[in-house]
Each structure stands twice: as C-alpha cells, then as structure tokens.
Design a protein around this ligand. Structure first.
Ligand SMILES: Nc1nc2c(ncn2[C@@H]2O[C@H](COP(=O)(O)OP(=O)(O)OP(=O)(O)O)[C@@H](O)[C@H]2O)c(=O)[nH]1
Length: 599
C-alpha cells in the first residue's frame, strides 16, 4: 500500500487466557482472510505447521484488509508474540514492528501481572496502547470494576475502553473501528534507501531461512540484492510477501509494511533477529537499534540414555537451534552420565518444550539433570566466573564470595490471599520491596532469589492463592549469599550429575527432603542402596532403598496372565529412561527429585 495513512501495525498484548488468540481469529474472520468454513481447517493447518516448524505463522504476522465504516480499506498488519508468551523479549520484539498495541483484559478476571508487564513494555517502546475489555458475555463480567483497575494498577486512561466478546463476536467490529482511530499510521519514506528490521527468522526445510521484517523506509522486491548489515553478506531475494494468514507472495514490500523475505539464506545466523537489511546499492544505510541479546536463565545437563545416541543428539540440537537461536548448548561430560550437553534455556517452559521436541521429533531418550541458575563466583585471586553447573564449582577454599541472581517479582493478588502469598515469599527468602493496595487487589513487589523462583514458585503461588495470584519477574542483580554445594552420594560414590547449589541455611532441610524423595523414586535393586547428602566431607542426611527380596511377579498370585503382562510392560516402560550409575539404576524422576520435594 503506498498510502501510509491506510496502514495500521499493531500487536495484541494480554495476560495468558484473556482471549488474545480468540480475538485474533475473529479479526481474521471479519476481514475475510478465511471463509467461515475454512476457519477451523485453516487454523488447524497452521497448528500442524507450527508443530513441524516450531513457529506459529498465524502468530507471526497476519495482513488483513478491513473495509471501515468511513468507506476506506485499511491494511491491518497484526503481529503476534511468536513462541512463548511468557518471555518478555519476544513481546518486545514483536512490538518493535508496531505503532500500537491492544491491551486485552478479561472483564471477569481483571488486570493480572502479565497485563501490567506487557503493557509497560509497549509504553516503553513508545506505542499507543488501546485497552479492550473482553469476555463481556460472561455473567460475572464487571467492566466497570476492571476499567477502574486498568487505571489504578496500570495507570492508563480506560474511560472509553471498548468492550467486546471475542467469543460471540459482539463489539469486535467496534474494536477494529477504534483501532483505526487510535493507533497511528506508520511513518516512512518509500523513495528512501531500504531500511528493514528483522523481527524474526526461522528455518524452513524447503525455503531455507524465512525472515519476518518491518520495512521502515524504501521498498524491496524479488530479484533485489539484499545486504545483511551485521554480516556484510549479499543475498538475492527469491520472494517477498505477507501472511494473510496463508503464505502469499506480493510484488514488493514497502515502507510501513510487515512481511516476509526469502533470500536463499541457509542458516539463521545469516539473518539474525534484530539486524537491519538494505540493498546492495545503498550499503551505508544506518543500522536500526536491534534487540537486547537474551541470556539463558536456566541450565541443565541433557544426556542420552544410550551413549550410541550421542551424535544423533548433537545433530538434533544443531537442527533445533536453526529455529530457536535462544537455545544454547555445549558438550559436557559427567562421570556418572557420560557424554551429553549442558543446555541453557530461557526458563522452565522453554526447557520443557525443547526436551519434548527432542524426544518426540528426534526420538531420543534423554536424562535431564536438575535445572540450575547461573551463580557469580569471586575467587580468592579476584577472578570472577559464572557457574552454570554445580559440579564445576571451584573448591570452597578458593572461593572468596558467591553471588546468586535476584529477580524482582511483581505479584498481583486479591486481598483475601495476601497473607498466604507473603508467607510464601518469606519462605523463599524474599525481601519485600513495595506493597500497594489497588481496590480489591494488592500489588506486592518482592526481591527473590532466582534459584527459588524458577523451580516451583509459580505453582506454589497459584496453589496458596487458589489460582488468583499472578506473577511477573525479571532478573535484577547478583547479590552475595551463603551458598554451598550439596553433593549426593549413591552407595558412597559422589554422583556429579546430582549435585546442587543451595543456601547454607536451607541445606540440611533440603538434603533430608531430597534423599527421602530419591529413595522413593529409585526402584529397589538386588542390594541395599544408600543415598546420602553431603556438604564438603560432612554427611547431613541419609536414606536407604532396601534390597528387593521377591520376584515382582510373585505379587500376581499365579493365574492372571494379563496382569502379569501389564506388570512386565510397566517395568519395561519404566526402564526406558534409566541410567546405570555405578551398579545402581537411576530413573529420570530421581534426577529431577529436587523439583518434586516441597521446598
Ligand atoms: N466467554 C468468553 N470466553 C472467551 C472469550 N474470548 C476468549 N474466551 C475463552 O477464553 C479462553 C482463552 O482464550 P485464548 O484466546 O486462547 O486466550 P489467549 O490469551 O490467546 O491465551 P493463550 O493463547 O493461552 O495465551 C478460551 O477458552 C476461549 O474460548 C469471550 O469473549 N467470552
């Protein structure tokens, strides 16, 4: 579109489950991106693709044409948060392509932690935020209360927020009309040299690297020679286009527009996210401010159950990083588990997704060790290092100071559950930073050790508040702490892959809990298995898995063949994810026992 005043680039931000996807689907339907009949099919199709490619095309960008009540047809480029909604940087990446954002708030649920966090990210990036109250069809919807909450908790004007039901379609056209009025059209010069920002890149088996870009100035078309600013490499453009939501080629992409570029690039490192594209004829175009580099927050060791799978595992990880540049890995060798990789993830959800993909798509049986955060270690000689693997912690005699990562957590909770939430934060060594009463809700801000938060804090928070509290957090700083390494010994042998870094005051309790849990998870063997927890040379807890005396089948009292078969199958399935450590078989669950104890 060459008339920029007819373009609107926007994103939808919301707390999980407030109706973002439903509203997006309704927009697609209204704008005729898909016929009614096609709707379900198409949405499902893209889900298949999503699984194949690890991306949601629908969620990347959808270009729709909306005939407004003023008689004009507007190009709406809706850019969704790719991948995991939880991760801030992904949100900020999508927002970089937009002039505005719809803040969707569930009119029954009210403002929750991610509504606040995502809204602030949008405001920081200079976007126009337009509040939308969704789910007004619900009998328990309280638009008035929620409007007041948007104003008091987030601090933006919500007096004329549009109310709608994404489910029934009621008011959704009003949302589109308001969006056209409220969200500014992009500014850019079509005649200027090309300057385009790479919002996302992913690898497609047939096409190579596909990049989603926002063109700031100029235009780009098939056949152009494009220059990737950071690598200095030139590539010939094979095709450009938009998702509507189907992949559809266009003649060109112009200033103000959002779409894809395919240029025969074979590696996503060749089109890095946040980079600037220009044409080979205008190499001096300025770089656009890119995105902050994200660092992994959680590390764990991943080891193939069978050492024969090591090379396949390496290949699988390499393939996965083609689509997910935020996955880090480097070879690791463990005395107990052999050769594997230490992998860095953005969070526990990311870790679960990667693990699941490795198992499902690459058919690998893996053992994952307990996740850990990164600690800052100052040695006596002044050297500062970062330790992401407890077994690599230098000898205590060489350590001057240990520092742990602290997050600032923003919790929103109804007053009735405030006490329980505070108790939980204190138990997790939290320090209160602020507390503000906002109508029926309370906003509490705590500084918490990241180590305590990544494991099970979220689940605990939900359970102590009956599901009402919501949480958002981000890394704040490293802070000195009394930390020690907790070693686990199996039959008197230290197992490096089971070591943990814990706070010294909690160590005895943690140690006891851990060995007890492990003794429940390690199956009985032909001999007694002693499990011990130790700090330095001192044993602080012990438990024993008693030797197996009887044949397991003896339980079946003879006759019942099908039961016998079932029992054997169960045993076999259980065996799959076990690792022989010395003479003892340890199942996957025991390596993750730390996630299962009530910390
Ligand atoms: N009653 C009612 N339910 C709705 C409405 N909009 C969405 N829902 C329901 O709310 C749930 C969450 O909706 P989604 O669109 O998946 O929410 P989301 O914000 O995209 O959530 P995630 O994709 O999980 O982040 C679904 O069960 C929807 O059917 C609405 O207007 N009214």
């Amino acid at each position: 579109m060459s008339d920029l005043s007819l373009i609107r680039n926007f994103s939808i931000i919301a707390h999980i489950d407030h109706g973002k996807s439903t509203l997006a689907d309704r927009f697609i339907q209204i704008c005729g991106g898909l016929a009614d009949r096609e709707m379900a099919e198409q949405v499902l199709d893209s889900m298949d693709l999503e699984r194949e490619r690890g991306i949601t095309i629908k969620a990347h960008s959808v270009t729709l044409y909306y005939k407004a009540r003023d008689g004009k047809t507007y190009q709406l480029n809706f850019i969704d948060t790719p991948g995991h909604v939880d991760f801030h940087y992904e949100v900020s990446r999508s927002l970089a392509a937009c002039e505005g954002a719809l803040l969707v708030v569930d009119a029954a649920q009210g403002v929750e932690a991610q509504s606040v966090a995502n809204c602030y990210t949008a405001i920081e990036q200079g976007l126009e935020v337009m509040p939308v109250l969704n789910k007004i069809d619900l009998p328990q919807a309280e638009p008035e209360r929620v409007m007041a909450e948007i104003e008091s908790v987030i601090g933006i004007d919500a007096t004329d927020a549009v109310a709608c039901s994404a489910k029934s379609g009621l008011g959704v056209e009003d949302v589109l009309e308001r969006l056209i009025q409220t969200i500014p059209s992009p500014v850019g010069e079509i005649e200027a040299p090309l300057q385009a920002l790479i919002i996302d890149s992913w690898f497609d088996n047939y096409l190579g690297v596909v990049s989603l870009v926002r063109v700031k100035h100029g235009r780009i078309k098939k056949g152009d020679k494009v220059l990737v600013k950071s690598t200095g490499k030139l590539h010939q453009v094979d095709s450009v286009g938009v998702f509507n939501p189907k992949h559809s080629e266009t003649a060109d992409l112009k200033a103000g527009e959002v779409g894809f570029i395919i240029a025969g690039i074979k590696d996503i490192q060749g089109a890095p996210v946040g980079d600037t594209l220009t044409l080979s004829t205008t190499p001096d175009v300025a770089m656009l401010p890119g995105f902050q580099k994200v660092k992994p927050q959680v590390y764990a060791g991943l080891f193939p159950v069978s050492s024969d799978d090591f090379e396949d595992f390496r290949e699988a990880l390499q393939k996965l990083t083609l689509n997910d540049a935020s996955l880090h890995f480097e070879p690791e060798s463990s005395e107990a588990l052999g050769f594997g990789f230490r992998c860095g993830f953005l969070g526990m959800l990311h870790m679960e997704i990667i693990q699941e993909r490795l198992e499902r798509e690459y058919d690998l049986d893996l053992i994952t060790t307990a996740p850990t955060v990164v600690f800052e270690v100052v040695k006596k000689d002044g050297e500062v290092s970062y330790v992401d693997n407890p077994s690599r912690l230098p000898d205590p005699s060489m350590i001057e100071e240990m520092r742990e990562p602290i997050v600032r957590a923003n919790i929103l909770v109804p007053q009735d559950h405030l006490g329980a939430v505070i108790t939980l934060c204190v138990e997790k060594r939290g320090v209160q930073h602020d507390m503000v009463f906002l109508g029926t809700q309370v906003q509490v801000i705590y500084d918490l050790p990241m180590n305590e938060v990544v494991l099970d804090f979220f689940d605990r928070l939900k359970s102590v508040s009956r599901g009402y509290a919501s949480l958002d957090y981000s890394f704040d700083r490293f802070q000195p702490a009394k930390l020690v390494r907790l070693d686990i010994l199996i039959n008197a042998e230290k197992v490096d892959a089971l070591a943990l870094i814990v706070h010294r005051d909690n160590a005895p309790y943690r140690g006891r809990q851990l060995v007890e849990k492990m003794s429940e998870l390690i199956p009985r063997q032909m001999f007694d298995v002693a499990i011990q927890a130790a700090i330095g040379g001192q044993i602080i807890a012990r438990s024993t898995v008693k030797a197996l005396r009887k044949n397991v089948l003896a339980k079946c009292y003879g006759g019942d063949a099908s039961r016998k078969k079932k029992l054997l199958e169960k045993q076999k399935a259980g065996k799959k994810r076990m690792k022989q450590v010395g003479s003892v078989e340890i199942p996957q669950e025991a390596f993750l026992a730390v996630l299962k104890v009530d910390n």
